[in-house]
Design a protein around this ligand. Structure first.
Ligand code: CMC
Length: 428
């Protein structure tokens, strides 16, 4: 708390509001009493200037291109941490010591299997259903299978639900993939790492031995870490808003998955690769850059720009290095990587992109890596959802434990018809 205040001058008088400091980053003006004192609301569609909550999980400085989880820079975590260490960090606030980590890993691996009846639940989907539609449905249905961890007032149940979600998402995502290609579901193997097990459930088939390639396993570990959390983005805010009503955690995460699906959010990795393929050749890049700049053309460079980053997205840098490593390991020379490099080069030197501070984001290179590993494009956003689940449950737990949190209930600037009387249809 500081004594700083912000004054608001209106015709009806002046009112003062406390200014709250964060540990780092911009202060916020606490306007909770604004309506009570002035009878007015603030107007901020898209929440461009609104802090919807207080949080100690993730910090982003978009101008400087900084991303910290609980204070740790994303590039250090992506380089050195296990995915489950990062999950523990997000959930509990500090890196685990060895015994805490062992216990956490144990608990997660204990929960990797899904109820056998859930396999039947999958059969209700069309075979060609998009994995994200399957994920929305199946994750929402978890509350019907694990009803014993839906009492959100019980911290123990909240923890079990969180562990279940982190543990079962790889299994569910792999099942969604297997279902779409008509292969049998593969059970988890708890002797493998979180990412190794996911690759095993996705790519192994009963008829053949499947060895997890350590370079690919490492690439997946990085991709999962880079997607684990990103402060109050659209899907996380959706999870918080759904959770603010007291809804059960499985329903809240299903809501987050639905929001993530959109092409402006998690769907951008799929859209970015489709765009790179459509461009097809480095010589076509300029034409597409010109289209992106044309006000009369709705085309945007997918994987470019960010609401918060007005500098290079630090996740994109790690992603670019990982793309090079994976393609080298798999001995793939994918022309889309050349297209991506050329596009990045042209866009970063173009006045339009410089002026608007549009840089590659996390999704620009991730599709190239996932494609090289063998994932179909429809799976990309499902993988994002899998990784982001750790962030969602951490943010959801933080919100439920915050005594100041109320049900999320925004107001509006009403611009519709004022009072009018009903007219029967025969007289209209
Ligand atoms: N290509 C061309 N122009 C762009 C782009 C782009 N990718 N992104 C923004 N602009 C322009 C936009 O036309 C606008 O111009 P003007 O001021 O002349 O109207 C200006 O830049 C600001 O754009 P905005 O849409 O008002 O910015 P926003 O903060 O609302 O949107 C965004 C952020 C990520 C939705 C947007 O940059 C975008 O649509 N990017 C492409 C989709 C994408 O890659 N999304 C993944 C985001 S990272 C992963 C995640 O967090 O989910």
């Amino acid at each position: 708390m500081t004594d700083k205040t912000a004054k608001l001058d209106l015709e009806s008088g002046t009112s003062e509001y406390p200014v709250l400091p964060g540990s780092v980053g911009p202060d916020v003006i606490d306007i909770r009493k604004l309506y009570g004192t002035t009878g007015k609301f603030t107007y901020d569609p898209g929440f461009t200037s609104t802090a919807s909550c207080q949080s100690a999980i993730t910090y982003i400085d978009g101008g400087e291109g900084v991303l910290l989880h609980r204070g740790y820079p994303i590039d250090q975590l992506a380089e050195k941490a296990r995915f489950l260490e990062v999950a523990y960090l997000l959930l509990h606030g500090d890196l685990p010591n060895q015994s805490e980590l062992d216990e956490f890993v144990n608990s997660i691996t204990y929960h990797t299997m899904v109820h056998e009846q859930l396999a039947q639940f999958f059969r209700g989907f069309r075979r060609d259903a998009h994995p994200m539609s399957v994920m929305c449905g199946v994750v929402g249905a978890l509350s019907a299978f694990y009803h014993d961890s839906t009492d959100i007032t019980d911290p123990r149940q909240r923890l079990i639900a969180s562990h279940r979600l982190i543990a079962k998402m790889p299994t569910i995502a792999a099942m969604a993939y297997k279902y779409s290609v008509g292969q049998p579901f593969v059970y988890p193997r708890n002797d493998l790492s979180y990412t190794g097990n996911f690759l095993h459930m996705t790519f192994s088939v009963p008829a053949e031995n499947y060895e997890v390639n350590p370079v690919i396993e490492n690439a997946m570990r990085r991709i999962f870490i880079l997607h684990a959390d990103h402060e109050q983005n659209a899907s996380t805010s959706t999870v918080r808003l759904a959770g603010s009503s007291g809804a059960n955690p499985f329903a809240c995460i299903a809501a987050g998955i639905a929001c993530l699906w959109g092409p402006a959010h998690g769907g951008a990795n799929e859209a970015a690769l489709n765009m790179l393929r459509e461009i097809g050749d480095s010589k076509n890049v300029k034409k597409y850059v010109d289209r992106a700049k044309d006000k009369n053309d709705p085309f945007r460079l997918m994987g470019f720009g960010h609401r918060v980053y007005k500098n290079y997205d630090p996740r994109a840098k790690v992603m670019q290095t990982t793309a090079e490593e994976v393609l080298k390991e798999l001995n793939i020379s994918d022309p889309v990587l050349d297209v991506a490099r050329e596009l990045e080069h042209i866009a970063l030197n173009d006045d339009y992109f410089i002026e608007k501070k549009l840089y590659p984001n996390v999704d620009f290179y991730s599709g190239i890596i996932l494609n090289a590993i063998g994932f179909p494009t429809e799976m990309f956003t499902a993988l994002f959802a899998l990784a982001r689940t750790t962030g969602w449950v951490a943010q959801w737990n933080e919100m439920i434990s915050d005594p100041e949190q109320k049900i999320g209930r925004p107001r509006q600037l009403y611009v519709g018809a004022t009072h009018r009387d009903f007219v029967p249809v025969s007289e209209r």
